[in-house]
Design a binder for this molecule. Structure first.
Ligand code: SAH
Ligand code: SF4
Ligand code: F3S
Length: 467
């Protein structure tokens, strides 16, 4: 399935901008300000896409609101990673029948990864007739055109052609935060881990040009952003599809070399592509946060092979050793799947051993969910659900204990934090490693870096005071 990266022509994007203007002028002529609500499921990649969708909606004259009730346009950006994610979407889309009944002019669009599966788009077409439009991740940049079609004709539209892996530069954007920004540096994935739907719904890996990324980050810094996260399904293979000679470490170094006060983070790293150059680059730049999300998925070599992960447990452990040797203060997190088809009780013990040995700061734990069309969905899976749940609970208990122990060791220390908001009567802040700190203080500290003395903790967060 070789696919060529297409950078969407500026003319085509300009055409979309013109359509935004037309829609906006139409509303102005009627003297109305329509409202739009964008709901996001799934990962940061989807959050980043939703910020573009809000950008396009705003360019079309919509005011962005935070509830579906009474909205003139609803866009639901969906996730297909696990069955549970899809079930929630179906439930919530189903419920919109009633919302639309109360507001008959409402236009409802579904997009995101679920819409990259033809059987899902078909089901929406047949059984969710109150949905006006569907588009997959490749068609995102065409949203203004699709919206205009629906507004003009009152007909339904299904844009689910996945023939091109494309990159659209310069789409308008409404960011959710004034401090933290997502920057997609690449799209898609080539890895085909046997359980994962992402390569099917988001297409092949394609990297943005380094200059485009640098330009976006420069703009963010100028606007006052202090915490910038580079996004990709496998950031460590950034640039392999370009002939710029700039790999991910080079890109990090260039961004970290920009003037300004900010933290630079990234996710996700695939262990097969991470290594010394990355760790040394991280270690040698103060602005690169000493935080690494390095999913291991399983601690057992047979399971890793079945998962098509291209590393074994010994290689993974060596990678962690190298990372910590370069950055002793590193905050390390990971993803793990419990109950992969055929995982035996003993094989699961290898996963338990790995987390006890590595001692992650935090872990994102998932029970295997078969995704139609992936190889793992066809594998024998004799382990009963109850047994998988028991393994899952043991894993979570162990990790919670480890997270708490690691957090307890912060008590008495003074750490640099970025104050990023308020929650009830305390300020919220993040450490360089991304740990949440709650501390008393005034609102005018929001957006500044401060020193905080840590005085207490829970499994999931720290408490402190300004030092
Ligand atoms: N590209 C990233 C992760 C993307 S999905 C990476 O390779 O690490 C986020 C996490 O969801 C994965 O790391 C995996 O742990 C989990 N996941 C993906 N597919 C899954 C499935 N079918 N069942 C359960 N968990 C899954
Ligand atoms: Fe999925 Fe694997 Fe790609 Fe991550 S690297 S998105 S888990 S196929
Ligand atoms: Fe992300 Fe879910 Fe798609 S995790 S890439 S939104 S399938």
């Amino acid at each position: 399935m070789e696919r060529k990266t297409t950078v969407i022509a500026q003319d085509d994007l300009r055409r979309q901008q013109e359509i935004c203007e037309q829609i906006k002028n139409g509303f102005l002529a009627q003297g109305v300000t329509p409202r739009a609500f964008v709901d996001t499921y799934g990962c940061q990649q989807n959050e980043a896409d939703s910020e573009r969708i809000r950008g396009m909606l705003q360019a079309c004259g919509y005011a962005i609101v935070d509830t579906e009730e009474g909205a003139d346009c609803i866009v639901i950006n969906t996730c297909a990673i696990r069955e549970h994610a899809e079930t929630r979407v179906y439930g919530n889309v189903g419920a919109l029948v009633h919302t639309k009944r109360r507001h008959p002019g409402q236009k409802i669009f579904l997009c995101g990864c679920m819409m990259g599966q033809s059987q899902v788009a078909q089901r929406i077409k047949e059984s969710y007739r109150h949905v006006d439009g569907v588009f997959n991740p490749h068609q995102l940049w065409r949203f203004p055109e699709l919206l205009q079609y629906v507004l003009k004709t009152n007909k339904r539209v299904f844009a689910t052609d996945d023939s091109s892996g494309n990159i659209a530069e310069g789409l308008p954007v409404v960011r959710a935060s004034k401090l933290k920004a997502w920057v997609s540096i690449m799209y898609g994935c080539n890895n085909f881990c046997s359980y994962c739907i992402v390569p099917y719904v988001r297409g092949r890996e394609r990297s943005r040009q380094p200059e485009e990324i640098l330009e976006e980050v420069r703009g963010l810094i100028a606007e006052g952003y202090r915490d910038i996260t580079l996004l990709g399904q496998n950031v460590n293979s950034y640039g392999k599809d370009l002939d710029t000679g700039v790999d991910f470490s080079d890109l990090l170094a260039r961004i970290a070399g920009l003037p300004g006060e900010f933290w630079l983070r990234f996710m996700t790293s695939h262990p097969k592509d991470a290594g010394k150059k990355l760790f040394e680059t991280m270690a040698s730049h103060d602005k690169i946060a000493k935080q690494l999300h390095l999913p291991f998925q399983s601690g057992n070599d047979r399971v890793l092979k079945q998962m098509n992960r291209h590393y074994d447990s010994a290689q993974y452990r060596e990678l962690v050793r190298q990372a910590r040797a370069a950055m002793p203060e590193l905050v390390l997190t990971s993803d793990v799947i419990v109950g992969f088809p055929g995982e035996t009780a003993e094989e699961f013990e290898d996963t338990m051993r790995l987390i006890e040995d590595v001692r992650y700061d935090a872990l994102f734990t998932f029970i295997f969910s078969p995704r139609p069309g992936t190889p793992a969905a066809k594998m024998e899976d004799p382990t009963p659900k109850e047994e998988k749940n028991r393994r899952f609970d043991r894993l979570c208990d162990a990790q919670n204990r480890i997270s708490l122990e690691i957090h307890q060791a912060y008590i008495g220390k003074t750490v640099r934090v970025l104050v990023d908001g308020r929650e009830d009567d305390v300020l919220t802040a993040r450490t360089e490693g991304g740990r949440l700190v709650r501390l008393p203080g005034d609102d005018d500290l929001i957006g500044t870096f401060q020193s905080a003395r840590i005085t207490g903790c829970t499994t999931w967060s720290l408490t402190g005071e300004l030092a």
